[in-house]
Write a protein that binds this ligand. Structure first.
Ligand code: AOF
Ligand code: ZN
Length: 347
C-alpha cells in the first residue's frame, strides 16, 4: 500500500473511536510521522474537547521532531475559532512542514480555508488521500452540511414471509422477530446516531424506552410523531430522562425541560417538515425504527440514506406487511440465525 494511504487509513481507524460521542462535530483522526514511523496519534473525542491534531501533537514525546515530520489528518484542519482554537495555527506554530489530508471539511466556516492558510504559511499540503473512505467515515456530518438535513437510517425487522407484525398482537406485548444478537446490535446502533424516531402507534403499543441499555454509550435524542397528542402522560417517552422532541398537530400546553413540542401540518409532506425541524435542532443523524406507516412515510418522500432490515426465522402467514423498498439487495450479513440486509439510497 502506498505510504500516504497507509497513514490515512490509520487516521480513519483512530477517528472511529469517537463514533456517537463527537456530535455535532465530525469523526477525525490524526497521525504524525517521522522517517516512516508514527511518533504521535490522536482522535477527536467530544465536541468542546481538543481536535484530533491537538491530541496527536500532544502525544509526541520528542517535540523537536515536529519540524521534520508529516501530519496526516482524515479531515482538513480547521481554520476558525469554534469551541477550540484553529488546528492550522497549531501546525504552523510547531513548524510541521508537511500536511496530508483525507478530505476537505464541508463546514462553511472551514471549507478550503484551512488548506489555504497552510499553503500561505509555506507548508506542503497534499489533499484527497482515500477521499471516498474519509467521506464515508463522516457520512452524517457531510449530509448535514451539504444537504442541510440529518443522515437518515431506516431500521425494521420482518418475518420470513415479509410481515413486521402478526395480525393480532398477543396480549399487546411486542412480538420478537429477531434474536438477542440482533437486538443488541440495534442498541449499539442507537449509541451511534444522534436521534431515534418512531410513530405514536409504536409508542402506545410497546411503551418503548428507545435507549441503548444493552450497549455502552450515549442514549439518542428521542423523536416521536404524535399527530393527535395521544401518548399517555405516564409513558416512558415523557419521563424527561432524555431530550425528546414530539411532533403534533396542536400546541401542547405542558412543557417539560427535556420534552420539546413542535407543531407541523399533517396534511402536507410530514417527512420533509420533520427533517427540516431536526436540522434546525442541529441533529446530524436519525435512526427511524417504526412502525410501518412512519417508515413508509420517509420512503415515499425519498428521505432516507440507508435501510437496515433484519429478516428473522419466524413465519406470520399474515399481518402488517413490511415497508416497501424497491431495491433491498445490497449487502447481506448473518447475525446469528437472522439475516441482515443493508441497502443504500443512491439518489
Ligand atoms: C479539525 N480537527 O478533530 C475536528 C474538526 O467548535 P470546534 O472548535 O470544536 O470546531 C468544530 C468544527 O471544527 C467542526 O464543525 C468541523 O468543521 C471542525 N472539526 N476539525 O481540524 C478535528 N473535529
Ligand atoms: Zn481543528
Amino acid at each position: 500500500m502506498k505510504i500516504h494511504e497507509k497513514y490515512i487509513k490509520r487516521c480513519i481507524e483512530l477517528a472511529k473511536n469517537g463514533l456517537g460521542t463527537t456530535y455535532p462535530n465530525p469523526l477525525v483522526g490524526s497521525v504524525i510521522v517521522y522517517k516512516d514511523k508514527i511518533i504521535g496519534e490522536g482522535w477527536h473525542k467530544k465536541s468542546g474537547e481538543p481536535h484530533a491534531e491537538v491530541n496527536a501533537v500532544n502525544s509526541v514525546k520528542d517535540k523537536s521532531l515536529l519540524n521534520k515530520a508529516t501530519i496526516y489528518v482524515s479531515l482538513e484542519p480547521c481554520s476558525h475559532f469554534g469551541k477550540t482554537p484553529p488546528c492550522c495555527d497549531l501546525i504552523i506554530k510547531n513548524k510541521i512542514p508537511n500536511v496530508v489530508i483525507g478530505t476537505v471539511d464541508p463546514n462553511i466556516k472551514v471549507a478550503g480555508n484551512g488548506i489555504k492558510k497552510l499553503i500561505e504559511a509555506g507548508i506542503h499540503v497534499t489533499v484527497g488521500i482515500l477521499e471516498e473512505e474519509c467521506h464515508e467515515l463522516n457520512k452524517r456530518f457531510f449530509t448535514f452540511h451539504e444537504k442541510k438535513r440529518p443522515y437518515i437510517i431506516l431500521k425494521w425487522a420482518e418475518s420470513q414471509d415479509g410481515f413486521i407484525a402478526p395480525n393480532e398482537k398477543l396480549e399487546k406485548k411486542p412480538v420478537w422477530i429477531t434474536n438477542t444478537y440482533s437486538r443488541q446490535l440495534v442498541h449499539k446502533w442507537r449509541t451511534e446516531e444522534q436521534a431515534i424516531l418512531v410513530g405514536t402507534q409504536t409508542v402506545i403499543d410497546d411503551n418503548p424506552k428507545l435507549d441503548a441499555r444493552d450497549w455502552y454509550g450515549n442514549n439518542p435524542i428521542r423523536v416521536v410523531l404524535d399527530q393527535n397528542n395521544r401518548i399517555p402522560k405516564d409513558n416512558h417517552i415523557l419521563d424527561n430522562q432524555v431530550k425528546t422532541i414530539l411532533f403534533s398537530r396542536f400546541e401542547m400546553a405542558v412543557e417539560k425541560e427535556n420534552s420539546i413540542f413542535e407543531t407541523i401540518d399533517f396534511e402536507k409532506n410530514v417527512a420533509q417538515q420533520v427533517i427540516q425541524s431536526l436540522y434546525k435542532h442541529n441533529i446530524q443523524s436519525v435512526i427511524i425504527e417504526g412502525g410501518r406507516q412512519t417508515i413508509q412515510t420517509f420512503i415515499d418522500a425519498n428521505l432516507w440514506d440507508e435501510a437496515r432490515i433484519f429478516i428473522g426465522k419466524v413465519q406470520f402467514k399474515n399481518g402488517i406487511k413490511a415497508p416497501n423498498l424497491v431495491n433491498k439487495q445490497f449487502e447481506k450479513h448473518l447475525i446469528g440465525a437472522d439475516e441482515l440486509i443493508i441497502s443504500r439510497n443512491h439518489d
